[in-house]
Write a protein of this length. Structure first.
Ligand SMILES: [Zn+2]
Length: 335
């Protein structure tokens, strides 16, 4: 997999490739954009492009350096996920001073230690910090010190879908590269042509995933289309709460279920405002959507959409899922 496999990010990639070609890479980069659009993948491809032993500014995919990076075995390329604790710090954390702060700063301590050493075999060391918005204040301060004077033989790439949660001082030290989601129609085409999905499935995934190709690909081999239609049958089209298609103990499944309901009522609302039927996420249920658009008033729709989004918020707060859905059902049938 190489730069050409990263779809819809031509601007960002051309910018990065020209930085590599002209040997004017910055010490720190910040890759921002929604989840599942290719940020981490691009960061790893940059690491290969810089260190490839066969080609300049483009990974060959077959030299030892490219292969080691692909298998996560390269000693100079570090992929750190700020969502997971560092092994050595886990042991420290189990001592009396332990705690999440100690765990998070572990990532940056590891980086501080490594970054001052010369590369073992790479032209340039690369540190990719995924979910960088989850670094704690102490870890962020330590990172800031590194970014103020990054060693020449190193490159730091921060990856996040929530840049507003990073320290402003960190953001200002990095070259920002934005990764937008694909246009939904484009993603629908890609899923149909390149991945062989049928039209209605490609349409649903492209719109449901809001153009995020990584999310669409992660869902493409699941049963999501049948599950989403079962969810719609259960709640939106019945006159009593059944929720038979969802495992109430599985909070992720309940969240998915609520997200489907949100798309259902969003479609109805937008149809009422004149959106063409083929733009609906659930265009495979177009006839039923039209019937519901006639039946519900805007006031009713606003009220049910509020109830669904409140339920999604309550779900975060560990509320009993059965009660949550019963409560939502009662609200829906009142509307
Ligand atoms: Zn190579």
């Amino acid at each position: 997999m190489s730069f050409k496999d990263i779809l819809g990010q031509e601007n960002s990639i051309n910018q990065l490739r020209s930085h590599i070609k002209e040997e004017r890479l910055e010490g720190g980069y910040l890759f921002t954009g929604p989840d599942g659009v290719g940020k981490k993948f691009t960061a790893l491809t940059i690491a290969k492009a810089i260190n490839c032993q066969e080609q300049d500014s483009e990974p060959c995919e077959i030299c030892p350096a490219c292969k080691k990076i692909n298998s996560g075995q390269h000693p100079d390329i570090h992929l750190i996920d700020a969502d997971t604790p560092v092994d050595s710090e886990l042991k420290e954390g189990s001592a009396d001073t332990g705690g999440s702060e100690a765990l998070k700063i572990g990532h940056v301590r590891q980086l501080q230690k490594e970054i001052s050493l010369r590369p073992y075999e790479a032209k340039r060391k690369v540190f990719i910090i995924d979910n960088a918005h989850n670094l704690t204040p102490a870890a962020s301060n330590a990172l800031l010190k590194i970014l103020e004077e990054p060693p020449k033989m190193s490159l730091i790439i921060l990856v996040t879908d929530k840049p507003a949660r990073l320290f402003k001082t960190i953001v200002s030290r990095c070259k920002i590269i934005k990764f937008p989601a694909l246009n939904r129609k484009e993603l629908e085409e890609v899923l149909r042509k390149d991945y062989g999905l049928d039209s209605s499935y490609a349409h649903f995934l492209a719109y449901f995933c809001e153009g995020r190709i990584g999310k669409a690909l992660a869902l493409k081999d699941t049963d999501i289309l049948r599950e989403k239609n079962a969810a719609i049958d259960d709640l939106a089209l019945s006159t009593e709460i059944k929720a038979g298609s969802v495992d109430l103990k599985d909070r992720e499944a309940v969240r998915g279920y609520l997200n489907v309901l949100a798309t259902w009522f969003r479609d109805i609302c937008l149809l009422k405002t004149g959106m063409p039927a083929e733009e609906a996420i659930n265009s495979d249920r177009g006839r039923e959507l039209a019937v519901w658009a006639d039946k519900l008033t805007f006031a009713q729709l606003n009220s049910v959409m509020d109830a669904v989004s409140d339920s999604i918020l309550y779900l975060e707060r560990n509320i009993n899922t059965k009660l949550l859905l019963l409560n939502l059902g009662a609200h829906l049938w009142k509307a």
